[in-house]
Ligand binder design. Structure first.
Ligand code: TXA
Ligand code: MG
Length: 332
């Protein structure tokens, strides 16, 4: 049912160490009623709905303005709950779940018959993960079912790492946001397709291909994020765009000769180069810290009406590949 009327959006602060039972019960009750609720995960905030309720998941698509051909992730409390959503649970899923769940790693597996078509965009596979966030886990246990949750941003905008980012996109449109402060990882989970003979990383994230290779003691492919092979529709290049235009400065590339027009910002790493800009932001030199800060920094630049962001590209190494991926998408 399309939603036209405004709702009052409550923002409930939730203690991350011991999530308050009242807020969790309120959120679970809303999910049972087919409502959409935003909640924190260790990666980014999610826009959650009952994953087995066709209409509730449709509402998420509608709220986000998400194309119907881009499937969503089902979040569950544990591996046993994940197994009910899939028709095959290969050994690699067992091994990776033991090692990395709860955590920022999403598996693509063959779906079972209980998963609604809207969740998988009509496809034969489903994405599942157990988030490593006490509030998300408390909500999943209380709700006692899978929660479908894309990142809680309007389609093609930067993912939210603060409850306030969610509020900006969805104030008056959803009844509740659980606010547990900034998220830890800062970028979306690694997505790995486990349906083929060789696992394939579809979206880079905190968990690297080497870590997966090491855990499985076998080969792992990495999906090339080119426009010709979009097996994961969410790999659409424009998925993480801020309003400002990004210019990526590879380490060995020449600097732009002329200053771009309008207000400019420079996101620099330690080897700060001779770039003139109105705003200079020193970014962390560790990939995990950089990832944690990235989206809030991009949103900050939008708030400051920056038109062009010059970015020192981090080195082209595996540990930086998730950050480089998000920067490239933001620049697209
Ligand atoms: O960290 C995360 O994964 C966050 C938090 C909220 O859990 N969620 C998130 O969801 O980033 P979303 O919808 O923004 O991104 C899900 C990604 C998309 O790239 C989508 O195309 C892919 O997962 N995906 C979902 N189901 C899939 C499937 N069956 N096959 C291939 N890719 C799939
Ligand atoms: Mg997203």
């Amino acid at each position: 049912m399309p939603r036209c009327s405004r709702v009052e959006t409550r923002v409930e602060k939730v203690n991350i160490e011991s999530p308050n039972a009242t807020a969790i019960r309120l959120a679970a009750g809303l999910l049972r009623d087919g409502e959409v609720v935003a909640f924190p995960t260790e990666t980014v905030y999610g826009l959650g709905a009952n994953g087995l309720d066709d209409a509730a998941v449709r509402l998420v698509y509608e709220l986000k303005g998400r194309p119907a051909d881009n499937p969503v992730i089902l979040h569950v409390a544990d591996a046993a709950s994940a197994k009910r959503l899939v028709s095959e649970w290969p050994q690699c899923a067992e091994t990776l779940s033991e090692k990395y769940w709860p955590g920022p790693l999403t598996f693509v597996l063959r779906k079972s018959s209980i998963v609604p078509e809207v969740v998988t965009a009509g496809g034969p596979t489903v994405a599942v993960r157990v988030p490593a966030h006490p509030v998300a886990l408390a909500l999943l246990r209380e709700f006692d079912g899978p929660i479908a949750a894309p990142s809680a941003n309007r389609s093609s905008k930067t993912s939210p790492t603060l409850a306030d980012h969610v509020l900006r996109d969805f104030d008056g449109r959803i009844p509740l946001i659980l606010d547990a402060g900034p998220t830890d990882v800062g970028i979306e989970s690694t997505v790995v397709d486990l349906t083929g003979p060789v696992p394939e990383v579809l979206r880079p994230g905190r968990i690297t291909p080497s870590q997966i290779r090491h855990a499985l003691d076998g080969d792992v492919r990495v999906h090339r994020g080119d426009a010709e092979r979009l097996s994961s529709p969410g790999m659409l290049p424009r998925h993480y765009a801020p309003t400002a235009r990004l210019i990526l400065l590879e380490q060995d590339a020449p600097l732009p000769q002329e200053a771009p027009p309008g207000k400019t910002a420079y996101l620099t790493l330690a080897q700060r180069r001779d770039v003139r800009a109105d705003v200079c932001v020193f970014m962390p030199n560790s990939p995990t810290e950089y990832a944690k800060r990235l989206y809030a920094t991009l949103r900050d630049m939008d708030d400051q009406s920056v038109g062009v962001i010059l970015v020192d590209m981090p080195p082209d190494t595996e540990e930086w590949s998730a950050v480089r991926d998000r920067l490239r998408r933001a620049a697209h």
